[in-house]
Structures are given as C-alpha cells and as structure tokens.
Ligand binder design. Sequence first.
Ligand code: ADP
Ligand code: MG
Length: 328
Amino acid sequence: MTLRAHRLGVRFPGRPVPALADVSLSVAAGRTLAVVGPSGAGKSTLLRALAGLERRTTGTIELDGRSVGDRPPQSRRIALVFAESALLDHLTVRQNLALVVRARTRVRERVDDIARAFAIEMHLERRPRALSTGERQRVAIARALLSEPHALLLDEPLASLDPELRARVRDELVHVRERFGGPMLLVTHDHTEAMSVSDELAVLIDGRIEDYGEPQRVYDAPATARAATLLGVRSMNVVPCDLLGETGGHLLGIRPERIVVAADAPLRAVVTRVERTGADTYLHLACDRTKLLARVDASDAPEIGATIGLRIDPRDVRRFDAATGRAQ
Ligand code: ADP
Ligand code: MG
C-alpha cells in the first residue's frame, strides 16, 4: 500500500497564486513522511486535497497503484486527523469510537482493544468534553484507526498540547505508526517532531516542496536557503560568503551549533546579546555588519560587548546560490 501524489496542485478561486503547486510525494506502507513548513505554506491544503476534502486543480493521487483523486472522501479510505478533530459530544467516547468501526463484528472488543492501546480505556464511558485535550487527541487518532484507513494523515496533531504532553504523545505517534502499518503523513511546524517520528521529510514553502528526503540529510544539507532557515531549534545562519573570505557572491549556511568559540581564532565577533535557554546559551554576534547566532554551553557564555574569536569548519558550511537560493 503506497500513497502517491504526482504534481498535485490546488488553486483557490480569486487567489492569484496556487495554495499548492506541483507537489509530488510517495509514502510506502509502514513509512512516515513529515511535512514541515511555516504557517500558510499549504500543509493543511495538501492533506485536505489527499483526503478529498479540497478539490485539486492539477495532478494525480494514487493509493496502491489505483487513482483515487476523483473519488469522494468516504471511498478513498484516507483518514485525516487534525488538532481539533470533532468528536460527537452527545455520545460517549465508546459510542464515538463504535460508530466508525469498519468491520461490524466484534465492535465492542475492537473498541476495548484500541482504547487499551491508547490508554483511554478509563474514559470510554465519558463524554469527549470531559476529557483533556491530550486525551481527546488520542481518541481522535484511535477513531481514525478504527475506520481501517489505507492511509493516515495527521495535521498538527500535537499543536494544542503543552510541551510535556507533546513529548509523550510524540512517543505515541511512533506506536501509532507501528500499529497502523500503512503510509502515514504527519504535518507539523515543529521540526523536532518532524525529525523524531519520520522516515522522510518534506519542506513545504509557499505551496511548493523545497526539499524532500532523509530527515538528517535535509537538516545537514538542505536543498535551499529557505529550507535551511526553517529547520532547527534555531535557524541556520545564512550569510554573505565574504564572512569566511570566499568570493563568488554566494551565501553560506552555518548551523548555530557548528560555530565554536575559540579565543585565538582569526574570525572576530562582538557579542550583542546573550540569550539563555537553560541547557544552552545562544550568542547573538556581529562580525562587522554580518549577524550570526552561535550556540554555546551555558557555562561558557561571554559577556555582552566582549570580542571573541570564532572557528567554523568549512566542512560544516553549506553554500547557496544568492539569486536562486539553491544549494551549490
Ligand atoms: P498551512 O496549513 O500550511 O498553515 P493552509 O493549507 O491552511 O496552510 O493554507 C495555505 C494557503 O491557502 C493560505 O494562504 C490560506 O490562506 C489559503 N487557503 C486555505 N484554505 C482556503 C480557502 N478555503 N479559500 C481560499 N484560500 C484558502
Ligand atoms: Mg494548517
């Protein structure tokens, strides 16, 4: 079972540019593709188009080698879960779940079974509104799985959770993936979530895929300068090439964690701000007119106004064409 999209496009009426353009992707059974992108990039539109809730303007959608792009949503068997997936509030959690069980035999058993897997068995007789956000979220994912979809799409499922719960539910997503076994697409704007639960990563910006591949590769060697600035706890520095004495007018991409403070290094910078985040400290630096962000150990932070030396290994530097933003 593979989910494929080929040159998928969506243009909303009255909008000058398409919300989604030329998006091709392929997710095999048991694999997870994470789609990251800034707000408004077209992530939800992509999932809605795949699920059949948004009409595509161009391209094809295939599931298991068969074209499903012209089928109504119900018959595509592509389940979409989003952060505020509506559960029916006049029904109990058990009734909400039982309603969608595809195989109509052993319904009670199937509901009990999935409830155990998602640790919601103690909430089965309650109403959805009596649950916490995290619990409701688990019910929504459990419900999607009970409908036995051929592909599972998750649209920022953790967006409304607090950080501690996010970490827990993130572990659960790995479990969902194992239990589900089909192709899974996870949309998120949280790069940690994307990196930690996916086999592949697509970076969507302005409706187009800027980079697509193995997550660590996308992180280490992004295809474009824009994709580079999107991933990471803090953005990659994208700066003019003369910072390192290179010529050619290109841009340099340097991750904050790859910059080493070294007293005797010839590249000099002034500390303009010291930003403590707990475990790490980020130094805001000025090298002449070029601004840089560097990550250092909390215990090594210099003072504001100090002049320090920086060492940057050329092997840690990405180079991008200044005009197109493409990696060189
Ligand atoms: P994301 O999920 O990445 O934040 P969306 O897919 O929701 O982005 O939206 C992508 C773009 O399409 C945005 O510019 C948004 O305003 C626009 N858009 C989304 N839905 C509609 C709609 N029904 N009609 C017109 N424009 C829309
Ligand atoms: Mg969205």
